[in-house]
Design a protein around this ligand. Sequence first.
Ligand code: PHE
Ligand code: CO
Length: 291
Amino acid sequence: MSDFAHVFETPPEGAAADWTIPQDWSAYTPVEHQTWDTLYARQMKILPGRAAEVFMKGLNALDLNTGGIPDFAVMNPKLQALTGWTVVCVPGLVPDDVFFDHLANRRFPSGQFIRTPDQLDYLQEPDIFHDVFGHVPMLTDPDFADYMEAYGKGGQRAASLGMLPNLARLYWYTVEFGLMREEGQLRIYGAGIVSSATESVFAVEDASPNRIGFDLERVMKTLYRIDDFQQVYFVIDSIDALKAVTLQDFGPVYERLQGAETIAIDAILPSDDVITRGNQAYAIEGGRFAA
Ligand code: PHE
Ligand code: CO
């Protein structure tokens, strides 16, 4: 996404014009496969009851724990049969227009590498565990699959209007860090949360963050942090409801947002539908950098 410095300006050597590279599955080492298995097993202890049913169902449908890093040649036909999506490998973060073009064509770009054993808990760049375990289960849901394709198409338009920062916030607070209501409870569907052992607990149980009912324009004005747990999560009622507000024409939305002030990450506004008023203790104490 646009928040990270791009390492490359043009496709690096070995990458195709659309920036894809072969997964080269047979080149993963036993340690790398073990890292996948460790991360998978750890999340399976934490996610039941915390992750949304739709995520758990998708994970199950994809059969991603048959031992080691999933082979895309095996996984893609299952995903494609469900929603027409496939996953492609890229050498890291790609330029916005390339990213949007993949999504608009129902291709999800995934990192090829996996984190090293000493980075199990935190890494800055998305690896294959974040991208596949975190994102792909939701792509098995027909409504979410539509939303992601529409997002790719909407990205191309937002870029031409100078509204990318606003659209990127929508992605951040839904695709990456979204919560939803399910059976009267708060459940996780965001990939950045479900792929993190610590944030999976923090996002739904900790007293620190604010949890606020999703409002499109509110979200598109809200700043976010990429270096630590979020200070606010936005809660959707259902994927259907998310789709309904985002499939409308953003022309008038963008007009209203033009020149509008951004909203601080810890702000609560009088108009907010406050689900949890957080005490922000985690952030105040210094977050992951606390002594
Ligand atoms: N409806 C948006 C537009 O008109 C496109 C979009 C759809 C953006 C879904 C994000 C998610 O630009
Ligand atoms: Co991600």
